[in-house]
Design a protein around this ligand. Sequence first.
Ligand code: UDX
Ligand code: UDX
Length: 461
Amino acid sequence: MKVSNVCCLGAGYVGGPTMAMIAAKSPGIQVTVCDFNQARIDAWNSDTLPVYEPGLKEVVESARGKNLHFTTEIKPAIAAADLIFVCVGTPTKSYGIGAGRAADLRYIESAARLIAEVSDSDKIIVEKSTIPVKTASAIQTILSANNTSEATFQVLSNPEFLAEGTAVSDMENPDRILIGGEQTPEGQAALESLVEVYANWVPRDRIITTNLWSSELSKLVANAFLAQRISSINSISALCEATGADVDEVSRAIGYDSRIGPKFLKASVGFGGSCFQKDILNLVYLCESFGLPEAADYWRSVVTMNDWQKSRFVEKIVRTLFNTVSGKRIAILGFAFKKDTNDTRESAAINVCRDLIAENAQVIIYDPRVPRETIHRDLLEVGVSQEVIEQNVKVVADPYQAVEGAHALATLTEWDEFRALDLPRIYDLMLKPAFVFDGRAILPAEALSKYGFKAFVIGKG
Ligand code: UDX
Ligand code: UDX
């Protein structure tokens, strides 16, 4: 079947950019992105997109109104589509069995029920959301049990590997596209239809096809391996601080080994983002469910190390500031989980700020892309009360305002603009001794000491 009408459920960080790219690269395909959140859809239809990604606006504008549409009219979009991407959220369960580890699949399930309800023609359903292995068969069961017509459904797995901040280039030139399908003639035909969509711009040899379960599992494993590298280097960052080694030098030295490779070896205050922790916990839950506690413990330790890295950083600040930060002003530079995104999900900054506030510190936060409302919401979600936020948290519009009268400054996101800060000016604005805690190792170390800062740099001491 040749695909000519695509619909996507979920206009988030994954659905929006991915569909924009498919539309831009495939003028012959009509693409409709749906979401039940009207404000989000309005934003996709406006000049201020809900997702900040370098280059995304240009891609959206090249196709929007032609073959790219954003709407809350979900049912007609499903009815008209021959291929449906499911990109709804799959948060970690916060209640009941598997709480804190298993994925909450209620949005996936309601998407499947809706598709069954409104479909009267054959459709290919593509799971793009990260989900536990064997979700495809659950979707297939719901579809068959609720089918009210003669329509047939084929479920494919097509995990997304784009990273935020580089989503446009990752999609334009992907390392690989992974598609899993059933090992039946119908399954293979559906798989071929989706291959054709990507082949509009991706070389065929980069489109990998597998069985359904391998594809679903590969997404979790890819993220677990990436996060594992960060936890590994972060564990070494602590050892470097203790011994006088320099973690960047160690990363460079080991990264030259072509078997190890140079990427994802940058020590930091801890990884964040909507995927790493969630996917590892998912993998842990899977291992447990299949009676493999040793494998579960192994992967859980990647998250434990990440939590330790964040709390270790706060302890370092408190100890250095003469064992108390009570009433002291700490300037926080960066709140997003990485540079070039406005996303703060699981950002290390959330825990760091929460813990500093618990020590009664005043935190003055600057991030070039994250608005005040997001910061307040994130802190509320981790248990900081509205009253305490009003008293102890200030969000400011430039870094120099943040450091004015501050006892310490901490960098938590590696925004490029922080590398070019006017350090003498910052030194003048801060209380003395002027303490710097560089959680991303981005400030020029020699300049810091030249201008008189007392600096702690992650992995360097
Ligand atoms: C999400 C998941 O977090 C991730 O695991 C998965 O791989 C892809 O989907 P993301 O796009 O970053 O990633 O999430 P989010 O920005 O929250 O977008 C999900 C969107 O789906 C939201 O806009 C939400 O309003 C929408 N949604 C959710 C629906 O339209 N219908 C639903 O039933 C549920
Ligand atoms: C990740 C995967 O890279 C992507 O393939 C998948 O589709 C979604 O999850 P993302 O979370 O957007 O993407 O960003 P990523 O670049 O992987 O960074 C995740 C976190 O790790 C960030 O907080 C980042 O700052 C941190 N990180 C990354 C490090 O601390 N050190 C590194 O060397 C690399």
